[in-house]
Write a protein of this length. Sequence first.
Length: 277
Amino acid sequence: MSSISFFRPATPSEACELLAKPNHLAIAGGTDLIVKLRNGLFPNAAALVDISALPFKSIRKEGDRLIIGSGCTMSSVIASPEVNEYFPVLAKAASTVGATQIRNAATLGGNVANASPAGDTIPALFALEAEVLIVGQTGKRKVAIDEFFTGPGRSVLKAGELIEGFALPLRKTVGAFLKLGERRAHAISKINLALSVFNDGQKRYRIAIGSAAPTVLRCKSAEELLEKAGEIDAATLEKAAEFACETAKPISDVRSSKSYRKQMAGVLLKRALKAVI
C-alpha cells in the first residue's frame, strides 16, 4: 500500500476526473476498501481518491422524494428524524452494520458501491424502491436500485462515475429488518431480509432478501399474496414464508449452508410480518 498515491478532490468534477484514470479507487469511510487492500484484492491499485470532502452528506426533502447523500454515515442515517419518520426499515438496517466505530465511519454510498450480496442496507433500499443518483464526467443519471447491481461486487457504475446519493419516494412506511450472523454485532449476514409496508389507498408490501443470491432479491410472489389477502392469518403467513424460501437462491459457503439460508428466508419473513401487523 505504500506505493499508492492519495488524492482528496474538493468537487465532484475533480473526483470524477481522477476516478476515470486506471486503477484509481474511491474511498470514503474506508471500512470495506482498506480491508480489501490489506488482503491484496486490488494488487494494481494506483491511487485512492478520498471523496469524503464532497457535498454528499445531507438528508433533505426535495418535492416528493427524500434525498440521502452517499456520504452520510450509518450513524447519521440512524439519527435522521426524516429517515426514522418515513423509512424506519433503513434506520434499522443501518443500525446492524458493524459496531459503533464502524457505523461512525461507514457510509451508505460505500455500502451500496461495495455491491456485496450481504450488504445490510441494500435490502432496505430495495424494499423502499430507492433510486441511485450517479454523477460522472458526462453528467448525471439515476438508476433504480434493483437495476444497479450486476453481480457480487459488480454494478453499473462506470469509470469516472460515483454515487451522489439516493432518492426515496416520500411516503410514510412501517418496516422491519432482520439478519442472521455469527454474533449480534460486527457480523456479516448469513441471510438478511427487509420489509416495508405503506398505504396508497391499499396496503402495499415490499420484501427484499439479501445474502441469498448473487444480488439482493425482491420477493414479489409474497408481496402479491399479502396485498390480495387483506387480513393476514396464519395460513397466509405460512404461504408467504413458502414463497420467500422459493425466491431465495443461496449457495453454501463458510458462513452457512444453502438449505439453512433457504429455510431462514421464510422464518425471517414471518418474524418481520408479525412485527408490523
